[in-house]
Design a protein around this ligand. Structure first.
Ligand code: AP5
Length: 214
């Protein structure tokens, strides 16, 4: 089964992906996490992502599609994937459909989380992320331990992402509205979109997503 978690920055895609990973036993594939890993490695590809990501701009389609194609060819993705943050343009969606079709697969469901922009800014500017294991916190709604160490892996690398400042969040939201929202129409034509209210507590949103799958 191939599922897409869709929504603006801060909609809760990464937070809710953990629940879907547990429920379906499929890997989470976050293009944002993959790009941050490339940047951290200091690779040439990672350096090409740098300028776009720090400005809150989308990375060009050809770079993203190449990265994604390699990831979904991996053995652990053979039974399906939870896509988080991909596809973000209609060109990426068309490329994904073609890649899946080659394997006799298709996008089974797009779960689109709707969250108003001021809530997005509040969630993102308060987010703290463990750079070692990816665990996500929020300074008020789910604070990291007072020790400063990650509750999940014990590392001392719980930090604020460099694109989680208010001006960058607003830029990312503008990119979402202009380039990513049209992806929904692409999948609505395929009849696979479930639009959900992404406000409320993490558990409330999880319950809404759970109801989609029965
Ligand atoms: P990416 O890493 O994908 O970031 P994003 O989509 O902007 O989404 P976020 O990770 O910021 O938010 P989220 O929805 O996962 O929210 P989360 O669960 O963490 O992309 C970063 C950059 O990489 C892009 O700007 C672009 O440059 C590039 N990129 C990546 N993919 C690309 C692509 N396909 N094409 C081109 N460029 C690409 O939650 C946010 C916070 O809210 C957390 O603190 C969490 O604890 C809290 N929270 C979550 N749910 C709730 C709730 N219900 N109540 C209260 N708090 C909550």
């Amino acid at each position: 089964m191939d599922l897409i978690l869709f929504g603006p920055a801060g909609a809760g895609k990464g937070t809710q992906a953990k629940f879907l990973v547990e429920r379906f036993g499929l890997p989470q594939v976050s293009t944002g996490d993959m790009m941050r890993a490339e940047r951290k490695s200091g690779s040439e590809l990672g350096q090409r992502f740098d300028g776009y990501m720090t400005k809150g701009l989308l990375v060009p389609d050809e770079l993203v599609i190449e990265l994604l194609a390699r990831r979904i060819a991996a053995p652990d993705a053979a039974q399906g994937v939870i896509f988080d943050g991909f596809p973000r343009t209609v060109a990426q969606a068309a490329a994904l459909d073609a890649m899946l079709a080659k394997a006799g697969r298709r996008v089974d469901r797009v779960v689109a989380l709707d969250v108003p922009v001021e809530m997005i800014v509040d969630r993102i500017t308060g987010r703290r992320t463990c750079q070692a294991c990816g665990h996500i916190y929020h300074v008020r709604y789910n604070p990291p331990p007072a020790t400063g160490r990650c509750a999940s892996c014990g590392s001392d690398q719980v930090v604020q992402r460099d694109d989680d400042r208010e001006d960058k969040v607003r830029q990312r939201n503008a990119e979402y509205l202009s380039s990513t929202v049209p992806v929904l129409a692409h999948y609505e034509k395929q009849g696979v979109v479930s639009q959900l209210d992404g406000t409320g507590t993490v558990e409330e949103v999880t319950r809404r997503i759970s109801a989609v799958f029965g």
